[in-house]
Design a protein around this ligand. Structure first.
Ligand code: 5GP
Ligand code: ZN
Length: 111
């Protein structure tokens, strides 16, 4: 997707602060952090929203959640607790239409 910001970040056309990368995933710091630690975990495959997640993407979705857990442990706030969020569609507050998981930690979140 040439007009997708996160695909451009994956391609290195737009700079980002990488925190994790493997064959399937890429994670980088959110440019407008809403917590002391705020990272976005994205699949390397362009999937616009959760609604577009295919039946064969189940393992990929699981990898995103596992990555969140590992990064939370690595960052040191896993035991204190943290927030993992995925916005879907305009009504869900999604602004960038390349599916992503927000991982936020380092502060206390209220319901
Ligand atoms: P959404 O609202 O789509 O779930 O979240 C999109 C997130 O992407 C927002 O938290 C926003 O701060 C972040 N974001 C938008 N543009 C950029 C950018 O160019 N670089 C980085 N690192 N994050 C971005
Ligand atoms: Zn994309």
């Amino acid at each position: 997707m040439t007009d997708c910001l996160f695909c451009k970040i994956l391609a290195g056309e737009v700079p980002s602060e990488k925190v994790y990368e493997d064959e399937h995933l890429f994670a980088f710091k959110d440019i407008y952090p809403k917590a002391p630690y705020h990272v976005l975990i994205i699949p390397k495959k362009h999937i616009a929203t959760l609604n577009d997640l295919g039946d064969d993407d189940t393992e990929l979705a699981g990898r995103m959640i596992q990555a969140a857990k590992h990064l939370a442990k690595e960052a040191g706030f896993a035991d204190d607790g943290y927030r993992v969020v995925m916005n879907c569609g305009e009504g869900g507050g999604q602004i960038i239409f390349h599916m992503h998981l927000h991982l936020m930690g380092g502060r206390t979140f209220k319901a």
